[in-house]
Design a protein around this ligand. Structure first.
Ligand SMILES: Cc1cc2nc3c(=O)[nH]c(=O)nc-3n(C[C@H](O)[C@H](O)[C@H](O)COP(=O)(O)O)c2cc1C
Length: 339
């Protein structure tokens, strides 16, 4: 439980060098999800202090590749904005970081947590947890290449036998990294089991730079309890924001002692329709359909009859079909709420 006294003592901001992050509840980078559309949708609902691009391979940060994948596109309303890079070659990542700075990033984040074999196979992501000297080289090279702050997102270790989160945190601090975010699962765990926040608390106690915790925060109460119990500077929310994009607003309200906003079926319907409309307007139809399918996997969790909706959306061949399934599902719920 959170007392008034607890709420009063919780920090509500932190700074990454000169950049004030307020509130200190932020959106986790998620490949395939946190594109500019999703980030703008989240920011418009308010309560989120920082957003990040999806992870982008440093090798694909060239003008030609950027025009093709659009991973680093953004709108001015998205500030402060972190752009996240992955890579293994210090010089290549440093060059990409310089380009990203020119593109207008406020912060560059280096991914040392992605567990996907496609990523670790190339020595990127969590693979660097097995080669801390190289990670240090890479972080220092990036640091030297840019003026803007460099941050690191990492996991607790490659597996339970090689937990090195404290060493990684100290290495980052010694390499000039301005803040770190820990998802305290191992690479081997993937998303199984639960995020052990005692590891986040241990990192917070070990370094002086801001520490952000990431993992399994599913509601506003969770976010504030994690902030209180681990002593971290900030909390990052990923899947919880796909399931409930109002989670940031609700956390801000709960912190102020207000009753958190409870979205009605009409609010959820409206969110989905707006998200779909933006996807259809801003990206090719096939990609827009994939985006809607991906969001639906989490967004529909907990609705009565949602399994049926998920299946219908997943079987859709076009965005029009997906919209039809969504309209058919929500119309009775919205009509019912109006009578
Ligand atoms: C679909 C998906 C994509 C992700 N992509 C990234 C990514 O690009 N970069 C990254 O650092 N972490 C990525 N993550 C990890 C999240 O940022 C976060 O650390 C993790 O999901 C735990 O937080 P959560 O329980 O709040 O989702 C991804 C997670 C998911 C579910």
């Amino acid at each position: 439980m959170l007392s008034q006294d607890d709420l009063g003592k919780l920090p509500n901001h932190y700074t990454i060098q000169h950049i004030r992050i307020e509130p200190n509840i932020i959106l986790a980078p998620m490949a395939g999800v946190t594109d500019s559309i999703f980030r703008r949708m989240i920011l418009r609902l308010s309560g989120c202090g920082l957003v990040s691009t999806e992870m982008t391979n440093a090798a694909s940060v060239s003008p030609k590749a950027l025009r093709r994948h659009h991973l680093l596109d953004f709108y001015p309303e998205e500030r402060p904005l972190t752009m996240q890079l992955s890579g293994n070659d210090p010089d290549l990542v440093a060059t990409a970081a310089h380009t990203v700075e020119q593109l207008g990033a406020d912060i560059i984040d280096i991914n040392c947590g992605c567990p996907s074999p496609k990523v670790t196979g190339g020595g990127h992501g969590a693979s660097l947890l097995r080669d801390l000297p190289r990670m240090g080289q890479l972080l220092r090279a990036v640091r030297a290449a840019v003026q803007i702050p460099v941050t690191l997102k990492f996991r607790a270790g490659w597996d339970e036998q090689s937990l090195n989160f404290l060493d990684t945190a100290k290495l980052a601090e010694d390499s000039g990294v301005a803040a770190i975010a820990l998802h305290p699962r191992t690479r081997e765990q993937g998303y199984k089991g639960s995020a052990d926040w005692s590891r986040v608390a241990a990192v917070k106690a070990a370094v002086r730079i801001p520490v952000i915790g990431s993992g399994d925060v599913r509601d506003a109460h969770d976010a504030l309890v994690r902030l209180r119990d681990s002593g971290v500077d900030g909390v990052m929310i990923g899947r919880g924001a796909m399931e409930n994009p109002w989670i940031f607003l609700q956390t801000a309200q709960m912190r102020r002692g207000e009753a958190p906003f409870q979205p009605t079926p009409a609010d959820k319907f409206d969110f989905l329709l707006r998200y779909m409309a933006m996807c259809e307007e801003e990206m090719p139809a096939r990609l827009a359909l994939n985006k809607i399918k991906q969001l639906m996997g989490q967004f529909s969790v907990g609705f009565p009859g949602s399994a049926h909706l998920r299946v219908a959306v997943h079987q859709s061949q076009t965005t029009a079909e997906a919209r039809e399934a969504i309209v058919a599902f929500f119309t009775p719920l919205v009509d019912h709420a109006l009578v």
